[in-house]
Write a protein of this length. Structure first.
Length: 498
């Protein structure tokens, strides 16, 4: 392999002709049929040569002595550089060969001497710098995914015997690169952006299970709501979380994400992490993932909110654990959220209060009951406010239910002094003022139920989803009221203290 060349001053990229000396492109323009036939034959021969050369090189690298021999002339460091360097399309087969060699070394012949060499030559830092450069220069997202897959495979296999290379990835800001890539690719207009985003989230989830030391869940803090017979699950080993920093990439990316697609993908992956090993949630509990997500869920779209609350439901119903910080965050969110978010939370609270009777005491002690009552009060205040506004509007335009002619300005302004021409109307208004106001209020409340509640329908979705229509808003409000009253009745009417 040739030495790593300097950057081209014109393109700021390595010269492909210097990096891959004997792999020129194959011109096909302005060739006749015979020339195209000969070119195809040459191409097929090159493909056959590449395949045979790949087999021979990979087979030789399965030996520890052969793998250690390529470190003598810095060839292994060059392989890391080639794998994470830009190259034209016709040279990518050789970059793929370099990737295959590195993966073979990691899986079959990774000795302590090779690990020390990779650490001493700062190969991991070299790869991260190259990938950052490729990302800023606009290299295709799938190419960056291929680079990261090779690097992660090498680091994962090395972490089974040593923590050195995984620590090198941390010190070289590798986790920051992962987060920056996710946040950049979610708003990219590239055709492969969505596929690259899904693959990168999956790659980060695999990194969460990469580590030299098996993590253990902490001891219970003696929560008063936890069942006395609860037993902390033990890590399974294969699917247990070993890398907290990789999980923090998922958590921080969710908090900063601006699109629904990335948020949904991250929540789905976190659900898979929790469900793959029951101990994973407890290992990661000190990260306060659920409570952070619940606190920020009002900024996300409704589908994202539903997936976040599914995490809470899984922890409660499947792990038989009471996440008190998440429920406290839910209580705070209820008091300031818009109606669609309140409805999403109330559906979950109804499930929980019917799942176990102890949630009646939990909701009361964690102020969830107060939040439910607060929302019902807000609905009542909003109904009265809209009814009063409509009643004043009707009086201002001089309309009454009996079809009488308009009232004078003195009457509509509250001054009940008789005015010429309006004596009969003023006298009637004096006698039946209370009755008319009650009827108008009742009619206005009925009309309010069929209109949107503007004062409570703030824009929930800041991630690109459209605002609900007036009819959807009315249906959401009615369903929210029904869920709130249902939960409140279950809490109060079935409680032994009531």
């Amino acid at each position: 392999l040739p030495p790593l060349p300097p950057l081209d001053p014109d393109t700021n990229k390595p010269r492909p002709s210097d990096l891959f000396v004997d792999t020129p492109g194959s011109p096909v323009a302005q060739l006749d049929a015979a020339a195209l036939g000969r070119l195809k034959t040459v191409h097929n021969r090159r493909v056959l040569l590449h395949a045979e050369f790949t087999k021979a090189l990979v087979a030789s690298c399965q030996s520890v002595s052969s793998a250690e021999d390529i470190t003598n002339q810095d060839d292994l460091c060059r392989l890391f550089g080639i794998v994470t360097t830009f190259c034209p399309v016709h040279c990518r087969q050789w970059r793929k060969l370099s990737s295959d060699v590195l993966i073979c070394v990691a899986r079959c012949s990774l000795s302590p001497a090779i690990v020390n060499y990779v650490h001493r030559r700062s190969c991991i830092s070299l790869c991260v710098r190259n990938m950052n450069k490729c990302m800023t220069e606009g290299v295709g997202p799938l190419e960056l995914i291929e680079m990261m897959v090779t690097l992660s495979c090498f680091v994962k296999d090395a972490s089974e015997s040593s923590y050195v290379l995984l620590d090198d990835f941390r010190t070289s800001q590798g986790y920051r690169f992962l987060s920056d890539f996710l946040l950049r690719i979610e708003v990219s207009a590239h055709d492969d952006a969505m596929g690259a985003m899904r693959n990168m989230v999956l790659l980060v989830s695999n990194l969460t299970k990469t580590g030299f030391v098996e993590l253990q869940p902490p001891k219970l803090d003696g929560s008063p709501f936890q069942a006395k017979d609860f037993v902390m699950p033990k890590p399974s080993g294969t699917d247990s979380v070993r890398n907290i920093l990789a999980f923090q990439v998922l958590q921080s990316s969710f908090m900063k994400a601006r699109t629904q697609s990335l948020c949904l993908r991250i929540v789905e992956i976190i659900f898979n992490i929790f469900s793959s090993d029951p101990a994973n949630f407890f290992i990661l509990e000190h990260q306060q993932t659920l409570s952070c997500f619940v606190e920020r869920m009002h900024e996300k779209s409704i589908p994202v909110q539903e997936h976040v609350l599914k995490l809470v439901e899984y922890v409660v119903c499947s792990l038989n654990y009471i996440p008190c910080p998440s429920l406290v965050s839910m209580s705070i969110t209820l008091k300031g959220a818009a109606i669609p978010t309140v409805l999403t939370i109330m559906i979950l609270l109804n499930k929980l209060v019917n799942f176990d009777e102890k949630f009646r005491d939990i909701f009361r002690d964690l102020s969830l009951l107060d939040s439910i009552i607060y929302n019902l009060e807000q609905f009542s205040v909003s109904a009265y406010f809209h009814a009063k506004q409509e009643h004043r509007l009707e009086v201002a335009v001089g309309k009454d239910n009996l079809g009488m002619r308009p009232m004078s300005p003195a009457v509509t302004s509250g001054q009940m002094t008789p005015v010429k021409g309006d004596g009969e109307l003023v006298e009637r208004a004096k006698k039946d003022a209370a009755t008319l106001e009650q009827e108008a209020m009742q009619q206005a409340i009925g009309r309010w139920k069929c209109s949107s509640i503007d004062s409570l329908s703030d824009d929930v979705d800041t991630t690109g989803s459209s605002s609900p229509s007036d009819l959807d808003n009315v249906l959401t409000t009615e369903e929210c009221l029904r869920q709130s009253v249902s939960c409140l009745c279950t809490l109060l009417l079935d409680s032994p203290q009531n």
